[in-house]
Write a protein that binds this ligand. Structure first.
Ligand code: C2O
Length: 511
């Protein structure tokens, strides 16, 4: 295995990715879009991050990587590290698992509300043992995302204000493909391409299709799947798919492919919003790039039916259960909040990891983590079940850090709360992934094994809902975590904490 090292200096620069107006974006080393990180499984990744934004703190999260033994490199501020204030630096240093972490990931800021300002890019882990490696000739990486003309800070202020009692989320102004609206992908006839797709958006799920070409799904969120054909994929924010696409045998025509934002998510659809972004498979530069055909019906592939290539069987005995009832409400004071079990997440004063490391045997007592972190302590090597009941008429994409989970059940919309005595049969080899959609007023049931000591967030990946508190904290095997990290806050954390003035000791409430 090798080492992949990057020196990243984050600063504001100007960009105009949808051709409407220049706006500030978060670039790296004076460039935007920021670089894709490419590694091979088993590699060490080192990112020397310097914050030159001048006005905002930052951090990076490597979405989907399990970070075994490296929870302190996972990135969320107030959870596994202090914020990295302007002028300060932090080094991320971890290895990508050798056995079980090939595929398509991404990295993004995990400071509140920040990645939609541009601090987001794919992270690809190559695998010389891929079961699909003989099935394709070349790779293509595509990112899809919604795009706002305004900066996140003013949008967040408006979204969270008492002037927005319905909690209506800001609607994107447009959407981007590889951070542009003018993407041509050169292809050759008679070849097969592995197309890796990531939704890096803040809010909008995307319907994705390639005109007159079939997608064969071979990976979701880093998990290889039995090859499965799909004409259209529904990709929530933070989800990834790899698909095989075989090109035509002639280069007579070029073909459009489309990402179409799911407008059901928007409370109101502004006049003139174009929900689509179009790219082209270009067989021949001399030919026209046709406009996509108008679609009447959206009938995406159901990811719940996917089967993982390793055919891992369902965990049929559950040791520990977490039930999360989620809702959104303005509590009649005008401001909109999001809740798990009636609690809106508020980040603790001392990052949760430091509390776990510094409290000895008390680390298994949930009380020390504060009253507003929706904390759950997991014992080691248990089969854990998360039941999530969506008591809200919206769609929500939920993400768990540190694990992929089996999706053992997903109800239709309006099914209400999960009833263990009344549901369709569970699949025997459920799909695994790290981000899953729960339908409006529906429910999902997820299972995983607690084999990765660490502090892992579970949250809705819609960035507006992160800001309104739709977050739980999983405190997994805290005593093993203490021995893994020698019961000490890792030394490279202390400088950022000192620069930020964040306490690293005391209980979670900062007392
Ligand atoms: Cu993309 Cu908390 O994660």
């Amino acid at each position: 295995a090798g080492t992949v090292t990057h020196d990243f200096e984050v600063s504001w620069i100007y960009a105009n990715p949808d051709g409407s107006q220049n706006r500030p974006v978060m670039g790296i080393n004076g460039q935007w879009p920021i670089p894709t990180i490419t590694a091979t499984k088993g590699d060490r990744i080192i990112v020397n991050l310097k914050n030159s934004l001048g006005n905002e703190s930052t951090s990076l999260h490597f979405h989907g990587l399990y970070m075994n033994g490296s929870t302190h490199m996972d990135g969320p501020i107030g959870v596994t590290q202090c914020e990295i204030p302007p002028g300060s630096s932090f080094t991320y240093n971890f290895t990508v698992n050798l056995i079980d972490q090939p595929g398509t990931y991404w990295y993004h800021s995990h400071q509140r509300g920040q990645y939609p300002d541009g601090l987001r890019a794919p992270l690809i882990v190559h695998d010389t043992d891929s079961p699909h490696k003989n099935l394709y000739d070349e790779e293509i990486v595509l990112s899809f995302s919604d795009w706002y003309h305004d900066l996140m800070n003013p949008l967040l202020a408006q979204f969270l204000s008492i002037a927005n009692p319905s909690g209506a989320e800001p609607v994107p102004d447009s959407s981007l493909l590889n951070e542009t609206r003018d993407l041509s992908v050169k292809v050759e006839p008679g070849k097969t391409y592995l197309v890796r797709m990531v939704n890096m958006g803040a809010f909008a799920a995307q319907y994705v299709w390639f005109e007159d070409h079939t997608m064969q799904i071979v990976e979701v969120d880093g998990i290889y799947t039995e090859p499965t054909d799909a004409d259209m994929i529904y990709m929530t924010v933070a989800q990834r798919y790899s698909v095989l696409i075989t090109t035509k045998n002639t280069s007579d025509a070029n073909f459009a492919f489309v990402g179409s934002m799911d407008q059901d998510l928007f409370d109101t659809v502004p006049e003139g919003l174009n929900p689509n972004v179009t790219g082209w498979l270009v067989y021949n530069d001399a030919n026209e790039k046709p406009a996509p055909k108008e679609l009447q019906a959206f009938d995406p592939f159901d990811d719940y039916t996917l089967v993982p290539q390793d055919k891992e069987e369902i965990y049929d005995h559950v040791d520990q259960q977490i039930t999360l009832d989620m809702k959104m409400d303005n509590l009649d004071d005008g401001e909109n909040y999001a809740f798990f079990n009636d609690i809106t997440y508020v980040a603790p004063k001392v990052p949760t990891l430091y509390t776990a490391l510094s409290t000895g045997a008390n680390a298994t007592n949930p009380v020390i983590y504060g009253a507003n972190t929706n904390q759950f302590i997991l014992a080691e090597n248990q089969v854990v079940e998360i039941v999530l009941n969506n008591d809200d008429p919206g769609k929500h994409p939920f993400h768990l850090h540190g694990h992929a989970f089996q999706v053992v059940y997903r109800s239709e919309e309006e099914a209400g709360f999960y009833d263990p005595n009344n549901h369709t049969a569970f699949p025997s080899t459920p799909m695994r992934r790290d981000t899953i959609l729960v339908r409006p007023n529906g429910n999902i049931v997820l299972r995983f094994r607690s084999d990765n000591p660490g502090i892992w967030l579970f949250h809705c990946h819609i960035e507006w809902h992160v800001a309104s508190g739709l977050i739980a904290t999983i405190i997994e095997s805290p005593l093993s975590l203490q021995s893994q990290l020698d019961g000490r806050i890792p030394a490279n954390h202390l400088q950022a904490c000192a620069d930020a003035g964040t306490p690293t000791a005391g209980n979670a409430a900062g007392n």
